[in-house]
Every structure is written in C-alpha cells, then in structure tokens.
Design a protein. Sequence first.
Length: 299
Amino acid sequence: MYSEIFDFLPPERIKINEPMKEHSSFKIGGPVDLMVLPESIEEIQRITHYCRKKDIPCFVFGLGSNILVRDKGIRGVAIKVGNNLKNISICNDTIFAEAGVRLAELSQAAADYSLSGLEFAEGIPGSLGGAVVMNAGAYGGEMKDVLKEVRAITPDGNLSSFKPEEMKLRYRGSIFQEEELIVVSALMQLHKERAEDIRARMQDFAKRRREKQPLEYPSAGSTFRRPAGFFVGPMIEEMGLKGFKVGGAEVSRKHAGFIINSGNATANEVLELIAIVKAKAKEHYGIELETEVKVVGEE
C-alpha cells in the first residue's frame, strides 16, 4: 500500500505505527499507520500526489502544538513538516522562512537582525506553518500584521503564492484552514528597531507566559476561542470549573482557559472535559464555546 513512499524516502525518515503522543504537545494520541518526515517541498508534493492517487488519507502537521489526536490514532499517512522544512533567510527588513521553522526561533532570528514585528511569537510553541494557518497571535500582535506572501501546495499538487488579501486572515483563522492547502513557506515584512527594545518586549512577553500559563504541563495551548465580550479563563473560573478533572485531563488551576494533561490523560478524557465546559458555558452564559484545538484521528 505504501511501497512507493519507501522507494523515494530513506528508511530513517519513515516511521511505521508511530505513537502520535510522541509528536504532540498534549502527549496524547494513538499510533499513525505511517509517518513521513520530508525535507523538501518536492518531497511533500510527491507524497501527497501518491496518497491522492492511491486514495490514502493524508494528514499534514507541523510540531503538533495545536492538535488533539484521538486514542485510536490516525489511519493513513501523517506528514510531519515541523523541524524538517526549516530554512530562514533575511534580506533588509523581510524574512523568508519555511513552514517547519519553530515560531520562537523565528522571533529570535528577527531580533538578531533588529527587526520588529514578531515579538508576540516569543514563547509560542509550534511551527511557522501552523501559525500561518491559524493566524496565531498574542499580546496585540498576530501573523496577519507581518505576512507579505505565503506559498502553499494546492489540492492538485501545484505550488501557489497567496497575497495578504487572498489569505482571508481573521481571528484564529485563514483560507488555509478552509481549503486543502499545505503551507510550505512565508515571506514576512518587518521593520527596523533597536535590538534592545525588541528583546525587552520579548522578555516581558515570555515572563507573562511563565507567570500566567501552565507551561509545566503538556497541553495544546489555549483550549477555547475567545467569544466576543468575554475572557475564557475568568468565565470558566466563575463557573467553578477551575481544577475540575476527568481522569488525567484537568482545567488548569493556573489559567482556566487551558486544559492540561496532568498525568496519562486520554483523548477521550480531554474531549469529555471539553464537552462539560461547553455545556456549562451554554447553561450559564448562553454561549457556544468553540475550541482552538484541532481534533484529529479515528473515533
């Protein structure tokens, strides 16, 4: 079934029945039938073309920082882009980077060249590709502010470029979520500023994260999207759910907007806890909470 993939990728970049919990910041998830680690855009195109031809399900992810993989795992092929496509080049006040670059590494590189605009990314887990797809942001900044051009593989296997007006960038969303597009690189427009001022802001953001977020536990970051007019953490706290647990899944005592893996949690436990929080929010506030975390895998 996967014979051609073994023909064009070396065996050290193919993993059979690989536990997805080893590739997820939640440390949760069953095995994927086949995981591949491409090191070029051409390899991604070749793998996705093969999967389409053979009608094999194909899931593409970066560093697994915003996904919850179900306990039965993923059928088909998982393409891990994070830590593989990781070239960065800087020219004047623009940065070109491939999708597998860690967002924190990118913000540090910008600071090294006295370029401002990515300070908000300091401490955000995950890859550039994932950040583009969900228009990641924090502390008043977001990817929308800096993106100049994004290259993505289209469903027919071609490489296309997208300008900002074509990306449909919005709060935690973009065209790359709506359509079967695989982000492979981005060009970002920044601006010159004193390096010490940039680093001071980065250190401030990192300090705030350490103090307010449960970084000591596995999680997928903020679990719920912020509804208009509300802050999720205080809202969940007011409902009396701070510290509430289902098995190893827990509403963080440090920040109620995070569901954490406090010890050997399963995906089913996390999903049950999410359902409880959503039901309470509907009951108390009449709000339909939406999750930021992408749930994938076999039910």
